[in-house]
Design a protein around this ligand. Sequence first.
Ligand code: ADP
Ligand code: MG
Length: 693
Amino acid sequence: MTQKTDPRRHIKVLPSDLRNQIAAGEVVERPASVVKELVENSIDAGATHVDITIEEGGQTLIQVRDNGHGIPQDELEMAVTRHATSKVASLEELMSIGSYGFRGEALPSIASVSTFTITSAPAPKVANTPADAFFIKVEHGNIASQGPAALHQGTVVEIRDLFANIPARLKFLKTKNTETKRCQEMLSRLALARPDVGFTFTNNGREVWRFPTNQTLRDRLATLWPPAITDSLLPLNHTREGYTIRGLAGHPQKAQPRADRMLFWVNGRSVNDRLLMRAVRDGYRGRLLSKEYPQIALFLEMQPELVDANVHPAKNEVRFQDENSVYLVVRKGIERALDDLTVLEQVEAGTDPFTASPSAHAPAATQASMNLDSPPPKPAGFWGAADDHGVINRNPNTEPTGYETEVVRTASTATMQSSDMVQSSGMDENNDVSLNFSPSTDQEPVPYTPVLELEEQGTVPAEQADLSITPPTEAYSEETHAAAMAETSAAEYYEPQGHAEAEPESQNVSVGDLTYLGQLADTYLIIRQRNQKLILLDQHAVHERILFERIKRDASQGHSQLLALPMNLTLHPSEAHRLQEMWGDLEKIGFSLATSGETEVRVKGIPTALETAEAKGFLREILSGQISSMEDLWAMMSCKSAIKAGQKLTSDEAAGLIAQWLTTPDRTYCPHGRPAVLQFTIDDLEKMFKRKG
Ligand code: ADP
Ligand code: MG
């Protein structure tokens, strides 16, 4: 195809409607962006109440009505036809802008791609006199009509037939459902940022939600998220070097497989930002599995000069001048909130915070790649993730024996001393490498990372693999330790002699070439493979894997047990919505369900593998979005019914478990991705004992 080259055209100022259409390309991508611009204008106008109505995904109608200060008649035309704003008069002002809008391009842009009517009644100058209301109607950028109108106070903007004159843009819209969802999501973000302002949202004539004025963030989240999540939100509040975060964060046990409940605002504007996302996940590290995401509503406040909110007018992107500070205030704020949680739970459980799990933190190795000059994190707790998922139920009455894994730390190399770690951090006071978790000795424990190899996966994530041991020597040093170890075989050394607690039964039983030696901490099965390997099984993880495979196999049959008395569950609107999505899957695994009203479900039958109470809790978790796939579902069912950690097993039971485990596919990991087995070859042991380099 040949192209005809025109002679050069003269430079011309673009006609204003074309200019507006071009600007619209940036500002008005889809109905949700229109909703955003209009509601932000209402908030900027000091409205205490905003009503939003859309129809057909916003394509046929978007209407925003507020009780703000309105626009005087003589400014109305300018507001909708030209780049005009009442919000900035100078460049300095632009730098420290406190309102949402400032470019004055939203209204003319929207008006250039729709049929647009604005009616406004400014607050009367003399009190108790009726306001004068006026309207302007603009069709695709051209004023169609204007005149007096009837309106009490505030502004109503009505957009009909969005993009009707731009078929190309129309083509890019998704289904009406999707566009509606985006509008709703946009509105929730605005409503969460301003709980003082009342909002209603009506879709196709049906009120979707109503937020009264003067609520709290917690109130608002309780309307948007199910109670299973909002019941246990943790407050965030942290300031560091001029940066402040506040908000609410989900309990680690309520984590979910999707990141769709991670919401961020910077100086009041909703943003999607990867740095913030990463900082949050790093704050949770050790408490979540790699596939899990927490819920969070996080508000970051900083000096406006330190953030460029103008990267893209509609895309919620920001650019931070000092990414490192942003990262740190967020991560530390989260860590702090979660530390409070740890202390709280220990107090509730009556456990000693020292012998119980130290709170889990990021392994150094994963941090190094961050390129944010972030300090080495606190050590990862061996128990961290497991505890937080309720997998390990340690007996709080068990005395520490002095032989137990009491000190847990991570270092990227076994030779790295903790003092090095502190120095290399060069960071602030909060970043100490937790020297406080070894109550019985003043000595610093030796950071220690065993080199493990798992059959299938190669290396184990550090946070799951590290364990270090504080031997009961009075004056402990690495040298005396090494000397002691040279004299004594490992088995003798770790034999808990004179240990007061009743010993677990330790009759040796063989399963194939495995010899079961006994149970440790009522949780780990100790196994010797011929004379070549030491194997540790996590009884819960192993059983979980066995059940998972079984449930997966049986799932296709959808066995159901009918309940004598059907249960009625009342649903939160978000749960009711989710139920519709999951209905088919739930029936496949044996739930028999019937609707009874919009916010109730009748459960007539449950999967055979579950007890009634379990099935109920289980349904709640599915409906709250903590589970999103069949795999998750099975993993959860197997977790619920698996032998718990902290449960004594007889040798026969242990052997039975081992035998079943041997015939199970994918047996080295539990369904959540935690290792079910640790294996040490003689070679590994020699390295760990430093008999070999
Ligand atoms: P910006 O918000 O960037 O100033 P807009 O095009 O969104 O630009 O709006 C233009 C102007 O119209 C605003 O500066 C404001 O003075 C006025 N305006 C728009 N919407 C409202 C409203 N709902 N209430 C009062 N004034 C409004
Ligand atoms: Mg605006």
